[in-house]
Design a protein around this ligand. Structure first.
Ligand SMILES: *[C@@H]1O[C@H](CO)[C@@H](O)[C@H](O)[C@H]1NC(C)=O
Ligand SMILES: *[C@@H]1O[C@H](CO)[C@@H](O)[C@H](O)[C@H]1NC(C)=O
Ligand SMILES: *[C@@H]1O[C@H](CO)[C@@H](O)[C@H](O)[C@H]1NC(C)=O
Ligand SMILES: *[C@@H]1O[C@H](CO)[C@@H](O)[C@H](O)[C@H]1NC(C)=O
Ligand SMILES: *[C@@H]1O[C@H](CO)[C@@H](O)[C@H](O)[C@H]1NC(C)=O
Ligand SMILES: *[C@@H]1O[C@H](CO)[C@@H](O)[C@H](O)[C@H]1NC(C)=O
Ligand SMILES: *[C@@H]1O[C@H](CO)[C@@H](O)[C@H](O)[C@H]1NC(C)=O
Ligand SMILES: *[C@@H]1O[C@H](CO)[C@@H](O)[C@H](O)[C@H]1NC(C)=O
Ligand SMILES: *[C@@H]1O[C@H](CO)[C@@H](O)[C@H](O)[C@H]1NC(C)=O
Ligand SMILES: *[C@@H]1O[C@H](CO)[C@@H](O)[C@H](O)[C@H]1NC(C)=O
Ligand SMILES: *[C@@H]1O[C@H](CO)[C@@H](O)[C@H](O)[C@H]1NC(C)=O
Ligand SMILES: *[C@@H]1O[C@H](CO)[C@@H](O)[C@H](O)[C@H]1NC(C)=O
Length: 686
């Protein structure tokens, strides 16, 4: 009994690999792997479905073959088939009776074929699949009419992929039978109109319309939809129907890379959590709502539906109270817009806001006191704006107890609230690069009492791990600037003339990433930085590689734009084995001392970034691509080189060649005549 029970289990545990030698017309080409009830026959150059497979298979993978027609009898042998995948063949049609005995087929993948040719017959075939739930018709050059024909009566379908086709206009007819549809992918078509297209699909939850040509989405009222992706279209207006009493189920709305001028008019009640609006031209117009300053300004815009008189849409333009329900928003991505300020109470409404991404906008001030960010705020990115002022009182800062990431780089800040960073108890990453904020000289801060300060004191920010202070015009880092900190990342690049003293020695145990590019530092001792993995010392006019680098376990080293002429072979051997990436371009390397280069080339684990761009200078200061330079042009000792000989010989050779040519040209006629004469003389031998 135990033996009897064990056998089937063993069979199931050990994948059974059967290499089937086919009986059909292309014996040596068709090969299938059989794993339990799945037959894997992809990449087999098959022109038809193999017929010798076990009768009870449930899944058949035939991707990347050459099947042009799925013939009537081709899957007759496999009545239990549930999943059939024929992606990336050159399938033109499925004959109408192909599926007459395939009661169980649930999933059919026909992606990347030529079904536009035989769509009519294929549509008859599909109608015979009563249990079809998932259908992939992506990339089949289907137009509106072909798609509508193929989808007729597929009332059991739950998942449909029509991406990468030629759909232009959808209307009520397009998907009218798909009552069970839950997910629809329509991205990468050329759609410019959706006229009530999804009215019949009352169960639709995920809709992808990305990469089309839609100019607007008006009167949005698909309350059951959970994910709507309309990114990469030409959308100027997104307006949801305001008089719907139900709560919209919408959780994710992606409107990025469009042409929105206004913040979208969101549903009045929803569960919207992720709102992606990057790369539009959104700004807020609350200042225009005041009708005393602009008495004659239009306040509403109306959209008339030319077909049905029931759906005229009126939008109140300047009233930012109409943004709809943003109370559940957790991620708000507004990168690359034109926001100058937030309307009153806007931030406060988002009581679950966790990430605010505002990179590349036009904010000038940020008043944390009046905005009242939620305590759940985790990431605040206001980099690349026009910030000149940040205002915050003690209470509003203490409330931000979850704030972990703050990016204020690329602004015009010269002052900050004194306690800004020391009050944020979860702060791990701060980027203040490319502003004008200095590091405080300790004595001065002790006596400072006013609320803003032109410098930042990092001493008490114990949770901090990553600090980016590039291009901040810092001249001196005070000795005790980083005492007590456990930084893993420190970026000080682009502070030319920076004096570091011993200030960062205290970080030697924790520091993994150190940026000192373009700081003009010279003799720095790295030997204590045992955790360092990334070091940037580019642009520092270094004449040779700091030998202290050899003792640490670096992975990435940027040595670009220095004055290195070579790397001695001992150092090269050590570095080649440790480093994963090294940057070396922009150094005046000596073409005749390139042993290090060959070492780096030979070791496969090191990536010499931009290797073909590394240049070297030969003895007469001509630059060459190091990769192509022929070292035989240098002598062994690096003293006199073959090069000199070539240099000496070249004019002489040229001289002789020149003379020869002149002589040749001058005497050519004569010589010609002579030779002719000779020939004539010879030939006249009668
Ligand atoms: C398709 O559905 C329509 C009704 O919606 C029905 O009249 C027709 O017979 C069906 N066609 C097939 C082939 O099932
Ligand atoms: C639809 O098909 C395209 C192309 O074959 C694919 O990239 C995409 O991921 C599919 N969509 C879904 C939701 O699976
Ligand atoms: C929307 O679709 C685009 C294109 O497929 C994709 O890159 C993007 O990640 C999608 N957005 C969301 C929120 O999934
Ligand atoms: C919008 O929702 C609020 C409650 O969330 C409700 O008081 C208001 O009447 C709704 N507005 C419309 C136009 O339905
Ligand atoms: C919403 O509710 C209001 C009052 O309860 C009702 O007058 C209105 O007709 C409802 N709107 C819809 C679209 O159901
Ligand atoms: C200005 O708006 C208020 C309400 O918002 C309205 O009562 C008033 O009539 C408007 N005045 C003008 C000149 O439009
Ligand atoms: C506003 O419109 C009224 C009537 O249309 C006109 O008399 C007035 O001059 C306009 N005011 C401005 C500031 O354009
Ligand atoms: C929509 O606007 C048109 C044009 O002004 C008008 O004829 C129609 O009655 C309006 N429909 C509704 C429902 O307001
Ligand atoms: C910041 O907001 C607070 C509270 O609304 C206000 O009292 C303060 O004047 C504002 N500060 C600035 C500089 O706007
Ligand atoms: C901070 O984050 C934690 C974990 O993500 C969460 O449990 C907590 O509620 C958040 N605090 C606030 C004030 O939202
Ligand atoms: C801060 O933002 C800038 C510009 O958007 C970006 O380049 C930089 O990587 C960000 N810093 C960090 C630490 O993520
Ligand atoms: C090193 O720093 C320089 C100067 O800021 C910068 O241009 C370069 O991209 C950095 N190197 C790497 C690998 O990031």
């Amino acid at each position: 009994m135990p033996v009897h029970g064990l056998t089937p289990t063993l069979l199931r545990l050990l994948p059974v690999w059967i290499i089937l030698t086919p009986v059909s017309s292309h014996p040596q080409q068709s090969r299938c792997q059989l794993i339990q009830r799945t037959a894997l026959c992809s990449n087999g150059k098959l022109s038809s479905v193999p017929s010798g497979l076990p009768v009870n298979i449930e899944e058949l993978q035939l991707n990347y073959n050459d099947i042009q027609t799925l013939q009537e009898d081709s899957i007759l042998h496999y009545p239990l088939l549930k999943t059939l995948s024929l992606a990336c063949n050159s399938l033109e049609k499925i004959e109408s009776n192909t599926f007459q005995d395939s009661k169980f087929v649930e999933s059919l993948n026909l992606a990347n074929n030529n079904l536009h040719i035989g769509y009519q017959e294929t549509s008859y075939a599909l109608k015979k699949l009563p249990g079809l739930r998932a259908l992939d018709l992506s990339e089949n050059k289907l137009d509106d009419e072909m798609a509508a024909t193929l989808l007729q009566n597929l009332s059991s379908l739950e998942y449909l992929n029509l991406s990468g086709n030629l759909l232009q206009r959808l209307d009520e007819i397009s998907f009218k039978d798909l009552h069970q549809l839950k997910e629809l992918d329509l991205q990468r078509n050329i759609m410019s109109e959706l006229d009530g297209a999804f009215e019949s699909n009352t169960k639709l939850q995920r809709l992808n319309l990305a990469f089309n040509n839609l100019p607007c989405l008006m009167d949005f009222h698909m309350t059951q939809l959970v994910v709507l992706n309309v990114s990469h279209n030409l959308i100027e207006w997104f307006i949801s129907r305001q008089d719907v009493n139900d709560t919209f189920q919408l959780e994710t709305l992606d409107l990025s890379d469009n042409r929105l001028l206004f913040f979208p008019f969101l549903p009045n009640q929803s569960h919207l959590r992720n709102l992606y609006l990057s790369h539009n031209t959104i700004k807020f117009y609350e200042h225009l709502a005041d009708n005393t300053t602009f008495p004659n300004l239009t306040t509403t815009v109306e959209f008339y539906n030319t077909k049905k008189s029931t759906s005229n849409v009126t939008a109140q333009l300047w009233d930012d109270g109409l943004h709809g329900d943003i109370s559940s928003v957790e991620i708000l991505d507004l990168r690359g817009n034109q926001v100058e300020y937030f309307p009153q109470g806007f931030i406060q409404k988002m009581s679950s806001l966790s990430r605010l991404q505002m990179c590349t906008n036009c904010l000038q001030t940020l008043n944390l006191t009046s905005e009242q960010f939620s305590g759940s705020l985790y990431e605040l990115d206001i980099s690349n704006n026009r910030l000149i002022q940040i205002v915050a009182d003690e209470g509003s800062l203490n409330a931000l107890s979850n704030l972990t990431y703050v990016n204020l780089s690329l602004n015009n800040l010269e002052q900050l609230p004194s306690r800004l960073f020391s009050s944020l108890s979860s702060l791990r990453t701060v980027d203040l690069s490319y502003n004008n904020i200095d590091i405080c000289i300790s004595e001065v801060t002790e006596i400072r009492t006013d609320t803003t300060s032109a410098c930042v004191d990092w001493k008490k920010v114990v949770s901090l791990r990553q600090l980016y202070l590039k291009g901040s015009n810092i001249k001196i880092i005070p000795l005790s600037a980083f005492t007590g900190l456990l930084l893993t990342h420190l970026e000080l690049s682009d502070n030319p003339g920076l004096i570091i003293q011993q200030s960062i020695q205290g970080l030697s145990r924790t520091l993994q990433h150190l940026g000192l590019g373009n700081t003009h530092i010279q003799d720095f001792d790295f030997s204590h930085f045992k955790s360092l993995k990334y070091l940037n010392i580019s642009g520092n006019s270094l004449p040779h590689l700091p030998s202290s680098l050899l003792n640490i376990d670096l992975k990435v080293l940027d040595l670009r734009d220095n004055r290195l002429s070579t790397i001695n072979s001992g150092q090269a051997n050590v570095l080649a084995l440790k480093l994963h990436h090294v940057f070396l371009t922009g150094n005046p390397f000596n073409c005749c001392q390139t042993e290090w280069f060959r070492t780096f080339e030979a070791v496969k684990t090191i990536d010499v970034v931009g290797k073909s761009d590394i240049e070297c200078e030969d003895l007469i200061q001509t630059t060459h691509r190091m990769e192509h330079f022929q070292s035989f042009l240098c002598s062994e000792e690096g003293g006199e080189s073959v090069f000199w000989y070539i240099l000496l010989f070249l004019p002489i050779c040229l001289f002789f060649v020149g003379i020869s040519i002149i002589v040749l040209l001058a005497f050519k006629p004569k010589m010609l005549q002579k030779s002719i004469k000779k020939k004539c003389l010879k030939s006249t031998s009668y």
